[in-house]
Design a protein around this ligand. Structure first.
Ligand SMILES: C[S@@+](CC[C@H](N)C(=O)[O-])C[C@H]1O[C@@H](n2cnc3c(N)ncnc32)[C@H](O)[C@@H]1O
Length: 207
């Protein structure tokens, strides 16, 4: 029990930071986050690895994440950015913001880890202004039935080791079920690596 909690509080944030700062993810971060503009809410911001990729049209990034140690890293990473940054230690399932208060919501490899992803997307939909963009890159269910079966089988163990990460979610379906309209969607094994985690969904959804 104590070891489990220590693993989650101490080891998982380090693993997340070191795993997510991989060079091979940088082009995907850049192409995703380039679509952000205005007042941005980044859900599951982790250690702030997207900051360098936000463009000139971004005025403010509000980053939320329940991990204090990842947010501490994000605070350091955001030191010299040319836009306002506000970091909030909070789960995305309940967002403390008024309706239609953001121009854009960003999620990069975070929908896989959030326990109640349906509640999170309902909240994201609520806080986005009409026509606002939800921009995302997420790994998820592979189209090969055999591979997807393994993703389902391994998720209960993987979740415990990898900060709650689900291998077989369908971000596209989750977004449309939450009321978003998919504007662009690219799918495929977009990075090299173990095929259980390399099938990606990248795109823009509109409120
Ligand atoms: C794989 S990491 C991705 C981090 C970051 N988005 C990136 O691209 O490097 C998943 C992130 O989701 C966060 N997370 C987990 N549960 C969450 C929740 N309920 N609400 C918001 N973020 C959550 C984790 O703390 C972690 O920072």
């Amino acid at each position: 029990m104590v070891i489990g909690r220590l693993y989650e509080r101490v080891v998982v944030p380090r693993l997340v930071h070191w795993g997510m700062k991989s060079e091979r993810l940088r082009p995907l971060r850049a192409s995703t986050v380039a679509a952000a503009q205005g007042r941005v809410l980044e859900i599951g911001i982790g250690s702030g690895l997207n900051f360098p990729f936000y463009g000139r049209d971004v005025e403010e990034v509000v980053g939320i994440d329940p991990s204090p140690s990842l947010l501490a890293r994000a605070g350091k990473a955001g030191g010299w950015m040319p836009f306002k940054i506000r970091l909030v230690c909070q789960s995305a399932e309940h967002l403390p913001y008024p309706d239609a208060s953001f121009d854009c919501v960003v999620a990069t490899w975070s929908l896989c880890s959030i326990l109640d992803v349906e509640a999170t997307l309902a909240e994201a939909h609520r806080v986005l202004r009409p026509e606002g963009r939800f921009v995302f890159i997420e790994h998820g269910a592979a189209p090969s039935p055999g591979l997807c079966r393994w993703q389902r089988r391994l998720t209960p163990v993987w979740r415990r080791l990898a900060g709650g990460c689900h291998l077989h979610r369908r971000p596209d379906r989750l977004l449309t079920a939450a009321g978003f309209e998919l504007e662009t969607l690219e799918t495929g094994h977009l990075v090299d690596g173990p095929r259980l985690v390399t099938f990606h969904y990248q795109g823009i959804a509109r409120r």
